[in-house]
Ligand binder design. Sequence first.
Ligand SMILES: Cc1ncc(COP(=O)(O)O)c(C=O)c1O
Length: 369
Amino acid sequence: MGSLGVVDGGGILVGFREDLESIPVYVPGRSIDEIRRVYGIAELAKLASNESPHPPFPEVTRALADAAGGVHRYPDDEARDLRRDLAAGLGVEPEAVWVGAGSSQLLVSCALAVGGPGTEIVHATPSFVMYTIAARLAGAADVAVALEADHRHDLDGLLAAIGPQTRLVYVCNPNNPTGTIVPHDDLVAFLDRVPDDVLVVVDEAYHEYVTDPRHGTCVSLVADRPNLVVTRTFSKIHGLAGLRIGYAVGTPETIARLRRTQPPFATSTVAQAAARVSWSLRDRLAERIAENAAERRRIEATLAELGIPYSPSEANFVASYPDDPADLAERLLRRGLIVRALGAVLRITVGTKEENDRLIEALREEVTG
Ligand SMILES: Cc1ncc(COP(=O)(O)O)c(C=O)c1O
């Protein structure tokens, strides 16, 4: 990577990386505060960032308050207690678990560990934009393979894109923004065909929401596969997006190497404490999973009724394909419903029952006039 003098306001500032301008900037969903300020709408529903519509469990909020009194000390850099709990629940050794500042940080760290100039990182498109960002941050070229016509990962296409320079393949399961899954048997057959020297990161950020029996986690596969890592997050079903905490599972040897790219003290004391309590209460997530699946079906049924194509989702959002996603997103916004237009996709996060009622009514009025 070369360096580039940047001229700003007449003076040369810093020798920034030459490729910096080509790294996409992560654009978050618009916040309730911003829309309230700009549009002056009081009643807003944020269905734009695939967050949980439910706040953390009360026990988690209490654990946060308790942990707050200790934040004059640095956190446990290795998150030992949380890793032990996660490992026990997942049936792996604590050394097989790696905790980070949201799965985004873990995804970036994986790229940093194997990337570098002259290397390539393969992923599907459309998929989670962090794969492109992570690849470019690592100085690698990102190779994007289009989804199949039915919005599913093109596994043969991904395999064909793997070349001598490929160091990493990301597989998003379920995929953001389409909500589609790679059935477990297909994923295992794919992993068997990926060369052993290529790291495969299976991103299971939305794994808990899946109800299709063909889906399965890859956590149980990591023990025999040093080139496989699975990432998960507390940001989605656990409702802790604002705390920034996620985890990855791999063989202890692989995890030890990947961890070297993580900044020290990446996860806070309060985030670790909250995640431990939320993890201990994970049986209670069944209710949220069932509610999400029922509400997802309701949104999909409305799209079908209105003749808007959509991809059947296994996550906490639905990807639809209206003629003009940006226009429909804007019209919904004016009704206080924040959804996300991403190219040809209008992505709607499943909200509370009441929020989904509002969305369904607004969609019917906007589309049928
Ligand atoms: C597929 C996927 N992976 C990972 C993440 C990152 O989640 P976090 O960094 O909050 O753990 C997201 C967030 O939207 C996502 O959609």
